[in-house]
Write a new protein. Structure first.
Length: 122
């Protein structure tokens, strides 16, 4: 039962965090940000908010710093939407799964091209 509740709370946090991030005015937050997943601890005390940030490494780092600085504000917004005794602490983490997926696809494409090349002796 606890994991179902944590999952439901995570979905609401994902929605509220996504909307709140769009309204942040921190100059460090640049580029396109997408909340990809939220993991809420079983006791509902902590929420890991995974974000995908479009941009180079410097933009990603600065944007993540801006999000970390805004975690208290995001938590306040979540507290207004989710009626819990204690609102979870928000922790932003960079989700690199899209980048990793693109790298894997590029590698597989290269392997396929190399396998399709005729050998020199033919």
């Amino acid at each position: 039962m606890g994991s179902q509740r944590a999952g439901r709370v995570g979905e609401v946090i994902k929605e509220v965090a996504s909307e709140t991030i769009r309204r942040l005015k921190d100059p460090r937050i640049t580029g396109l940000i997408s909340v990809t997943d939220v993991e809420v601890s079983g006791d509902l005390g902590h929420a890991k908010v995974f974000v995908s940030i479009y941009g180079d490494e410097d933009q990603q780092r600065e944007t993540l710093e801006g999000l970390q600085a805004a975690a208290g504000f995001v938590r306040t917004q979540v507290g207004r939407e989710v009626k819990l005794r204690i609102t979870p602490e928000i922790h932003f983490l960079l989700d690199k799964s899209l980048e990793q997926g693109a790298s894997i696809n590029a590698l597989l494409s290269r392997i396929k091209r190399e396998q399709e090349k005729p050998e020199h002796g033919e």
